[in-house]
Design a protein around this ligand. Sequence first.
Ligand SMILES: *[C@@H]1O[C@H](CO)[C@@H](O)[C@H](O)[C@H]1NC(C)=O
Ligand SMILES: *[C@@H]1O[C@H](CO)[C@@H](O)[C@H](O)[C@H]1NC(C)=O
Ligand SMILES: *[C@@H]1O[C@H](CO)[C@@H](O)[C@H](O)[C@H]1NC(C)=O
Ligand SMILES: *[C@@H]1O[C@H](CO)[C@@H](O)[C@H](O)[C@H]1NC(C)=O
Ligand SMILES: *[C@@H]1O[C@H](CO)[C@@H](O)[C@H](O)[C@H]1NC(C)=O
Ligand SMILES: *[C@@H]1O[C@H](CO)[C@@H](O)[C@H](O)[C@H]1NC(C)=O
Ligand SMILES: *[C@@H]1O[C@H](CO)[C@@H](O)[C@H](O)[C@H]1NC(C)=O
Ligand SMILES: *[C@@H]1O[C@H](CO)[C@@H](O)[C@H](O)[C@H]1NC(C)=O
Ligand SMILES: *[C@@H]1O[C@H](CO)[C@@H](O)[C@H](O)[C@H]1NC(C)=O
Ligand SMILES: *[C@@H]1O[C@H](CO)[C@@H](O)[C@H](O)[C@H]1NC(C)=O
Ligand SMILES: *[C@@H]1O[C@H](CO)[C@@H](O)[C@H](O)[C@H]1NC(C)=O
Ligand SMILES: *[C@@H]1O[C@H](CO)[C@@H](O)[C@H](O)[C@H]1NC(C)=O
Length: 827
Amino acid sequence: MGIRENSWFFLYFLLICFSLNTHVSIGANDTISAGQSISGNQTIISDGGNFKLGFFTPGKSQNHYIGIWYNKVSIQTVVWVANRDRPLSDPSSAELKIMDGNLVLLNQSKFPIWSTNLNSSTSNSIEAALLDDGNLVLRDGTNSSAPVWESLDHPTHTWLPGGKLGLDKRTNKTQRLTAWRSEEDPAPGIFSLELDPNGTSQYFILWNGSENYWTSGVWNGHIFSLVPEMRINYIYNFSYITNENENYFTYSVYDNSILSRFIMDLSGQVKQLSWLENAHEWNLFWAQPRQQCEVHALCGAFGRCNEKALPFCECMQGFGERSSKEWNLSDWSGGCVRKTPLQCGNITLVNGEKDGFLLSPKMRLPVNPQSLAVGRSEECELACLNNCSCTAYSYGSDGCSIWVEDLLNLQQFSDDESDGNDLYIRLAASEFSSSKKGTATWVIVGTVAGAVALLGFLLVLIWGWQRRRPVGTSKAVEGSLVPFGYRDLQSATKNFSEKLGGGGFGSVFKGTLPDSTVIAVKKLEGFSQGEKQFRTEVSTIGTIQHVNLVRLRGFCSEGAKRLLVYDYMPNGSLDSHLFHQNDSSILDWKMRYQIALGIARGLTYLHEKCRDCIIHCDIKPENILLDAELCPKVADFGLAKLIGREFSRVLTTMRGTRGYLAPEWISGVAITAKADVYSYGMMLFELISGRRNSEQSEVGKVGFYPTWAANKLKEGEDVLSILDQRLEGDANVEELTRACRVACWCIQDEETHRLSMGQVVQILEGVLEVNPPPIPRTLQVLVDNQEDIIFYTESSSNQSSKPQSSASASAASSKNKSHTSSTSSKS
Ligand SMILES: *[C@@H]1O[C@H](CO)[C@@H](O)[C@H](O)[C@H]1NC(C)=O
Ligand SMILES: *[C@@H]1O[C@H](CO)[C@@H](O)[C@H](O)[C@H]1NC(C)=O
Ligand SMILES: *[C@@H]1O[C@H](CO)[C@@H](O)[C@H](O)[C@H]1NC(C)=O
Ligand SMILES: *[C@@H]1O[C@H](CO)[C@@H](O)[C@H](O)[C@H]1NC(C)=O
Ligand SMILES: *[C@@H]1O[C@H](CO)[C@@H](O)[C@H](O)[C@H]1NC(C)=O
Ligand SMILES: *[C@@H]1O[C@H](CO)[C@@H](O)[C@H](O)[C@H]1NC(C)=O
Ligand SMILES: *[C@@H]1O[C@H](CO)[C@@H](O)[C@H](O)[C@H]1NC(C)=O
Ligand SMILES: *[C@@H]1O[C@H](CO)[C@@H](O)[C@H](O)[C@H]1NC(C)=O
Ligand SMILES: *[C@@H]1O[C@H](CO)[C@@H](O)[C@H](O)[C@H]1NC(C)=O
Ligand SMILES: *[C@@H]1O[C@H](CO)[C@@H](O)[C@H](O)[C@H]1NC(C)=O
Ligand SMILES: *[C@@H]1O[C@H](CO)[C@@H](O)[C@H](O)[C@H]1NC(C)=O
Ligand SMILES: *[C@@H]1O[C@H](CO)[C@@H](O)[C@H](O)[C@H]1NC(C)=O
């Protein structure tokens, strides 16, 4: 018997050796044909070298999985996993091979643990190939038409360009993206993204396959109503396909060199990321839900989420992580467990060892409360205490609420947020004897009478303690910044009655200080910073002073209110001077040139001269103010840092801003000072023409002005025809030529081709010469009064560039980055 077994083993060994030998003979590197297999560290690489397939181990895990990852990205980024929840311990004797017309993964004992599960005929010519878009296809080698199976149709947690995410109406099955369970475990986790199974064109994120905590809103043909970031633009082409068999979304990237992906993340958020080759990192373009703590039950039972802490999850006091291993791998779903079991219902209970309640202030209350009709806080507490399944209570303006069983969705708000309620969480009595100092106050409830007395006493103490805490301490901020009280600003602005303007980040009001200085007060909205950070940023902005920058005089930070106080600029903003119809007071050329130069100097200061480089991010005529002498002053600098992470979202969705946004805002790559240069260039065109770039000309022949002007410039004749017609040719031709060239150089697609603001100043001053600019290949404009994005491309012979719809937008995508222009016409 023993010999027999040994000889079987020997035969088996030979077989393995034989099969190892066949690996060497894999024909093309991107396919697994019948008779071939992959094991150990063997991989296949797609034809163009973009993707690789093979075994991988996530993080420090000992488990092995078959996956596909980017071949050219330095951080291993897995986009698809075959055996998500059936890991292998030893890949060297496992095999991925074609068997009976399927692609099958066999474990050490030749047992199939994953398969494409097709009932197709057992054709001998079936082969698996990894395509250059990351799609693993199973196809009939003799029939190149349609693959019989595609990994893009079976996404795991990543949605790649070309992939579908939809609903099969015949089976009522949806394709889901399911997050990994943890950083080291690709098994399907608790969060998933899918198309509405009821057939509408919106996505849901589900918790545990049931609880729907986020929706994209329906697709209107161009955007999802609640995710304006996810839209058709000149980088992505989204489409919603609906037919009798299926509904699905798919998207593509016009420029294949952009690596971009959507993922359903461990964090319960759907994210869009793109690869930054220079920085060697994935750049998060956007995430939904925007706030991490909006994710349902992120921190599990008795875990609390804190938007301002890292990690976001923490156990409530008296509780410990159920699994610190999972917790360390960012899988918080297991939540927390009591350190000491409750005594409630214990028959052997020793007198005086009843449970107590721990106060947690400023909490978002958990889901599924039960309301009790009791009139006082003490009764509410008693009701909870007397029911052994009650774990917490809260008594507030809505009366008494109690919770039974696990507490989910707890969120901790911070002191400077106005939200939050007091929540009392039940803990075993022994938890209190060892209680440490903290922000929470605790109460042991003995007898009812004692409880009431003690509670009253403590309430007085708490009240007294909170009263003693100074409210809105106005520490002096360095520099000459004045900290204003909200009341003072309210009276200075006559209760914010005279509005000077408004935008995505707040409205501006005119005011007068007691010493009769006129000021402009900006009430900020949508900032995400706490008090301390706000003060730090404001004090930095306060130190920046330049003749072409609006001076910040002071600020106000009280409770949730944030206001900035600026010098008042009597001549308003540049747009009102440039775009009005009244010909009598139009800015003459000399003035315009000085304004262009002044703005450039202000921006140069921001970009190069102050301690930390400040990118303005929102250069447009509305943000250029003019003082009594019409000297330009750049307003609102530093706002990007003050507003924080919400800034780019507001900016990219705000009306009246889009026409000035550089392409990198939409593609999601990192924003540099060159984004300001682009906006400056767009604005400079408007200074020259005296009208908005986005407007059609009255004559209707010019089309998109920058495109037309750039073409005129290239022809090198009649520069004056580019000029605002209201000036009737009254301009210095040399200055005009310089300004036009600068504008055109500023709006180049490639950041590296654009000028720096310092160079702009030197050119406008006449110190530096500038060559004729190439015409930017893609001059795209976001037309404000339409939701979609209209593309303008330079036309070859006739100058009547017409806006083209997004359907033909591929013409606008510059695959070749050279700036050769096909314009060769002579008029
Ligand atoms: C497979 O890829 C390796 C390295 O990527 C290369 O050296 C080899 O020539 C390729 N083999 C075939 C058959 O293409
Ligand atoms: C692959 O595995 C073999 C045997 O285990 C080893 O000799 C070889 O160096 C490995 N190759 C790579 C690229 O790791
Ligand atoms: C292979 O998978 C089967 C079924 O899951 C299992 O019973 C067997 O133990 C596995 N073999 C090895 C070596 O893991
Ligand atoms: C394959 O065939 C079996 C039985 O013939 C059937 O139960 C199963 O649903 C089929 N699977 C597919 C994917 O068609
Ligand atoms: C190729 O495959 C398609 C779809 O699977 C099928 O309709 C067609 O008949 C096949 N052609 C040949 C020559 O086998
Ligand atoms: C799918 O769902 C729709 C509506 O929810 C229903 O009318 C239809 O019968 C379902 N089809 C199948 C195959 O279950
Ligand atoms: C889908 O439709 C059913 C019945 O029409 C409804 O009960 C359910 O709430 C709907 N689901 C969603 C997610 O809207
Ligand atoms: C998820 O749902 C399943 C039933 O669908 C349930 O058994 C499981 O306990 C749920 N998981 C959590 C964490 O609630
Ligand atoms: C989790 O991380 C903490 C702190 O880094 C460490 O002390 C603890 O040992 C880790 N737990 C596990 C199970 O790895
Ligand atoms: C009941 O209380 C006693 C004394 O505190 C303790 O030893 C025992 O474990 C408790 N029983 C339960 C079920 O909690
Ligand atoms: C405790 O409260 C829950 C929810 O109100 C209720 O269902 C349960 O019957 C109560 N238990 C007792 C012992 O009163
Ligand atoms: C966008 O995608 C759809 C569907 O894939 C396609 O029909 C359309 O031609 C694409 N548009 C462009 C401009 O590539």
